[in-house]
Design a protein around this ligand. Structure first.
Ligand code: BG6
Length: 255
């Protein structure tokens, strides 16, 4: 569709707020499936939000992925960010190193001249090793920070796309299809009713522990993510959705 003017976009924002039950939605122009600058514009909106909202000593948990990687290249030093600590939301999820939340966390802190902590827990651990690692004092202390941050910033992906990107085997892909998984966020897979149907084995932020003290910012655009965004928001409406026209018009078109 043709790009909308500012008033067309603010109407889309209002429509999405009402449809998804989210208190704030920002829609930037374009479709990030088609043009790479669109992720940059969504990221810039997110950086402004971080500067307006964050205070010294706040902890920000960040997820991984290409959208968050763009956020990391868009952030810049600002007095409101310099005493903020970035932490990864979850341990490794089988992504390439560039897209892992640890990497993005460090890059965000570098770009913002802020602080960061990393979560060093290997992915492939036996249950036994896993249970003892998470009892280590250093890890426990970090997990406490990760699980009650001031702000959480993440994207949402389409379920099959994300499982494939994380090298899921045939049987896992088939199972996700049978369960009608549509969306993925933080290693959780959701169906169209927003029900969690599968979870990757990793530690960190537990979605069901997110409370009112956490401001959850979802940064997700592109027409291909429309259904995934709706499914995830049915599970838990975020405090702020930053999306693009591609996703926004597709979501409104299916309602
Ligand atoms: C991450 C989320 O932030 O972004 C993932 O934690 C999600 O769960 C992913 O699927 C989407 O990645 P991308 O590359 O589309 O931004």
């Amino acid at each position: 569709p043709a790009m909308q003017n500012i008033s067309g976009r603010s109407q889309l924002e209002k429509d999405l707020q009402a449809t998804l039950g989210i208190s704030r939605v920002i829609v930037t122009s374009g479709d990030s499936d088609v043009r790479s600058w669109v992720k940059k514009e969504m990221s810039q909106a997110c950086v402004s939000e971080m500067i307006d909202t964050l205070e010294p000593n706040d902890v920000v948990a960040v997820a991984g992925g290409t959208t968050l990687a763009t956020l990391a290249t868009s952030v810049y030093p600002h007095p409101n960010l310099q005493n903020v600590t970035f932490v990864p939301a979850r341990g490794g999820l089988g992504e390439d190193v560039d897209l892992q939340s640890n990497t993005i966390c460090a890059e965000l802190a570098r770009g913002a001249h802020a602080q960061y902590r990393l979560l060093h827990v290997p992915d492939q651990l036996s249950d036994h090793a896993y249970d003892s690692v998470i009892q280590e004092p250093g890890i426990r202390e970090l997990l406490a920070l990760i699980r009650s941050p001031r702000m959480v910033i993440h994207s949402v992906g389409e379920a099959q796309t994300m499982a494939t990107r994380r090298s899921a085997d045939e049987s896992k892909l088939r199972r996700l299809k049978e369960q009608e998984a549509i969306a993925e966020a933080f290693g959780y897979y959701f169906d169209s009713e927003g029900k969690v149907v599968q979870k990757e084995k990793t530690i960190g932020l537990q979605l069901d522990e997110l409370g009112r003290d956490q401001m959850v910012v979802t940064l997700a655009g592109g027409m291909s993510k429309a259904e995934a965004i709706v499914a995830y928001m049915t599970y838990r409406p975020s405090d702020l959705l930053i999306t693009d026209e591609g996703a926004a018009t597709a979501i409104m078109g299916t309602q």
